[in-house]
Ligand binder design. Structure first.
Ligand code: GUN
Length: 310
């Protein structure tokens, strides 16, 4: 579906000049591209890319996310291995499981689904993953490589955002980019990517966080506003410069009796009032969210083809 068609279909977009950044469609395009590449590899007698996921405990959201990742592997022709461990597993046993996968020559990518139970050190576990298989881009080696603008596995959400900006040909050079939220997974790598010498990049970046003073004034200066604060509908129209590009990373379930499911999803941005003044915006759902799994698959393909570490 073209942007025009999507815009016409989606009645929430009131300003005809505002572009709807369609993450659902873009993610599907990327998955199709990956599936085509896997078919080529297989035809040439090569090995299917293989992603392993470790899931500790019974957390409902984590089970859903990991299930979606395994399903996406099937869709593009990857092999997947899901290792399920009890919530009471010892840190030592989890570290040994990571080590076994590190040594397994058939496995190209490994993710340990977060959060982990409180008795396990996330830092210790992350640091045990071989950087060459760290398709989440969480290890110190990959974060360092990203910072140096070396080839690196970029974590899924920032990678997905970069890919959306690229595919929608959004200019970033010389623009002021404001990032709300400094998490290791989203805000911090996003600020590095937007400031680096490349495209997307070359932006003047302001990274804001919980101690930032007068956030609304800073947000109003943004040409590109990336919101990863984790608060429902936090960004309102008065915080957005007319014509800004707005990227919403948030996803929240709220009760809605009018829906069959009894809930609906909203983002960190008050979409209905911001969309009409933005030049381009990601919706929730269907914006950044679907891109994250596509990014993970892409990193796994890169690993199978030895494109990052050589
Ligand atoms: N938990 C929430 N998001 C993520 C992610 O991107 N990777 C992993 N491993 N765990 C998560």
């Amino acid at each position: 579906m073209s942007i025009e068609e999507y815009r016409l279909k989606n009645k929430r977009i009131r300003d005809p000049m505002s572009i709807l950044i369609d993450g659902k469609k873009t993610a599907q395009d990327i998955k199709n591209e990956i599936a085509a590449r896997v078919a080529e590899i297989k035809q040439a007698g090569g090995k299917q890319p293989h992603l392993a996921a470790i899931l500790v405990g019974e957390d409902g959201a984590s089970q859903t996310y990991v299930g979606a990742k395994v399903k996406a592997c099937e869709e593009v022709g990857f092999t997947s291995t899901l290792v399920r461990l009890a919530a009471e597993v010892s840190e030592e046993e989890l570290l040994q499981t990571v080590e076994d996968i590190n040594q397994n020559l058939d496995i190209d990518g490994l993710i340990v689904q977060l959060p982990l139970p409180a008795h396990i050190s996330v830092d210790k576990v992350t640091n045990r993953i071989r950087p060459e298989k760290d398709v989440d881009g969480f290890t110190p080696a990959n974060v360092g490589r990203l910072t140096l603008n070396w080839p690196a596995y970029v974590s899924a959400t920032p990678y997905g955002i970069v890919e959306l900006l690229k595919r929608y040909q959004i200019e970033t050079s010389g623009k002021h980019c404001v990032v709300i939220g400094r998490s290791h997974i989203v805000g911090s790598p996003m600020s590095i990517l937007m400031a680096r010498n490349g495209y997307p990049g070359n932006a003047t970046v302001t990274l804001t966080h919980s101690k930032t003073k007068d956030l609304a004034t800073i947000c109003r200066m943004a040409d590109v506003l990336i919101v990863a604060i984790g608060k429902p509908e936090f960004v309102t129209a008065d915080m957005v410069k007319p014509g800004a590009v707005v990227i919403d990373v948030g996803i929240h379930r709220i009760v809605d009796e009018t829906k069959k499911t009894g809930f609906r999803l909203i983002g960190d941005v008050k979409y209905d009032e911001v969309a009409p003044i933005a030049s381009a915006i990601t919706p929730v759902p269907g914006g950044v969210g679907p891109m994250t799994i596509a990014a993970l698959l892409y990193n796994t393909l890169q690993s199978a083809e030895k494109k990052v570490f050589g």
